[in-house]
Design a protein around this ligand. Structure first.
Ligand SMILES: [Zn+2]
Length: 507
């Protein structure tokens, strides 16, 4: 909790301003009063007063805290476990490793993800938590862990009333015992909505806690649940996050199962009344060109997660087409078992590079655009525009202070370009969230990091044994999955999101 009377003066750094000189940001002081930025300007010592605590930012770059707009905290202990697996196969193993876990593990996995995020300059995460079981004690543990470490969270436990098997096209043809391995159960919509309402009532939004509504995906939610989520978001003025067009299989699902809506998830959202400025779709790798226009017209947004999309063999989101259509863009990192790191530096760099790789003409996008997407664009998804994402008076005091003596800045030619193309997170020295330094001179101030490491090591033998058992028990599903996967890829849908392979010349 931030002390409202406390004044903090971040003194003498270069302060990154989206609207100023993004290459050589001007030197300025930032005066923080409580949780907010009170003033930004040259020498604010007198305005700060004698009681203000001073953080020396000379020789440093001060940047707005980044907001990871697509994240799930439930599988942070799975980092480094997976490789080679397309999404549907990965789900087979990754989903159980986030479900029915011991309470202590739930606390530790939340802290591990939040700690890594802070160390990478992420001051806010959109946690689309997979909470299995959907249990109030578990939810309380997650929120207590976020409060303990002091990161900002836009929190939305995922809801769904259609079982996980629906993620795999043609799974309806699998034998029942194989469908059971994929997940053949789901709670009723009413039960989940009651749970959400109760959770929001017990944990009202406060300084670093914000709520959102997250129906898992159109193929995992009945129209009634999707509509109810839209109504809930509307009545509480919240954002709506969901997964759309992550894989090619999902295009087939839309074509085959949503034919009444033109075979389009976006048209479906429009028809049931949830396509609008509250809606954010994660991924949108396989979105069609006309659907992008519908998204832009409705001011609905996309959250791009390039690292995870590559790792899970989904393909590459059509960044240039999305830009051309005018769809608003935010950036995310997604699960720790897929991205394997929570790094918006990687997300920004891939965004800029995929734009470059999609358009041979000289011209934008520029690194500064990637920085906007990772801060202001992500803030907009949560309806926090004007609240976080920039270092301006009135904004929440969320920022990172970066050491410019790090070799990534030798020599220092451009703040925007070097943040996007050369920073790894290594330069981050101090991180402030809601006016409170949660990392100070590279040391976490809110939790005992060594103790966390010891506690995680202690639970890992059981975790690894459970994982080995999950791998073994899911083996029977693999031939069925592979067959379905190949059927998906054998249907011509008229466009590609993969890097084209090179045919042999035949003269
Ligand atoms: Zn996701």
């Amino acid at each position: 909790m931030t002390d409202r009377a406390r004044k903090l003066l971040v003194k003498g750094g270069r302060v990154y301003d989206h609207d100023g000189d993004v290459h050589m940001p001007a030197f300025a002081d930032i005066l923080i009063a409580g949780d907010r930025i009170e003033a930004v300007g040259p020498d604010l010592t007198r305005q700060a007063g004698p009681e203000a605590e001073i953080i020396d930012a000379a020789g440093r770059l001060v940047v707005p805290g980044m907001f990871n707009a697509h994240y799930h905290s439930h599988d942070t202990l799975c980092r480094g476990l997976f490789e080679e697996l397309p999404l549907e196969f990965w789900l087979l193993y990754a989903q159980p490793m986030g479900a029915d876990r011991p309470k202590e593990e739930v606390r530790l996995r939340t802290l591990v993800g939040a700690l890594e995020s802070l160390r990478c300059g992420i001051t806010c995460v959109q946690d689309m938590l997979g909470l299995v079981p959907l249990n109030a004690d578990y939810l309380d543990i997650v929120l207590a862990a976020y409060e303990e470490i002091g990161i900002r969270v836009v929190f939305s436990p995922m809801v769904f009333d259609i079982p996980a098997a629906a993620m795999t096209r043609f799974s309806e043809e699998f034998p029942p015992e194989i469908r059971a391995l994929l997940g053949d159960r789901a709670l009723a919509a009413r039960e989940q909505l009651d749970f959400l309402n109760d959770a929001m009532r017990r944990h009202p939004a406060r300084d670093t806690l914000h709520w959102a509504v997250a129906p898992f995906a159109p193929q995992r939610c009945s129209p009634e649940l999707m509509r109810a989520c839209g109504d809930l978001a509307e009545s509480h003025d919240l954002a709506l996050y969901t997964h759309v067009y992550e894989t090619r299989a999902q295009v087939l699902i839309a074509q085959d199962q949503f034919a009444a809506h033109g075979g389009s998830f976006i048209q479906y959202f429009k028809d049931i009344g949830v396509l609008g400025p509250r809606l954010n779709i994660a991924h949108s790798v396989w979105i069609g060109r006309e659907e992008m226009d519908m998204m832009a017209e409705a001011d609905a947004g996309v959250v791009l997660n390039h690292v995870c999309n590559l790792k899970l063999k989904n393909g590459i989101a059509p960044v240039c087409d999305l830009r051309e259509a005018g769809v608003r863009v935010a950036l995310g990192c997604d699960n720790c078992s897929t991205s394997d790191i929570q790094s918006m530096f990687q997300s920004m760099k891939l965004y800029a590079l995929f734009c470059a790789g999609s358009d041979p003409e000289p011209g934008p996008p520029l690194a500064e655009a990637a920085l906007r997407h990772a801060t202001l664009g992500s803030a907009r998804t949560a309806r926090l525009d004007g609240v976080i994402g920039a270092l301006k008076p009135g904004y929440k005091a969320d920022m990172s202070i970066i050491d410019l003596t790090d070799s990534a800045y030798l020599p220092f030619n451009s703040a925007a370009r070097q943040l996007v193309y050369t920073e790894t997170g290594r330069g981050i020295e101090t991180v402030i969230v809601d006016g409170r330094p949660v990392i100070r001179d590279r040391k976490v101030t809110t939790i005992d990091e060594d103790a966390l490491r010891r506690e995680v090591e202690a639970i890992m033998p059981r975790f690894r044994a459970d994982y080995a058992e999950i791998r073994r028990s899911r083996e029977a599903a693999l031939p069925h999955m592979l067959d379905a996967h190949r059927r998906v890829w054998s249907r011509d849908i008229g466009y590609s999101r993969f890097i084209n392979r090179t045919p042999y010349r035949t003269k």
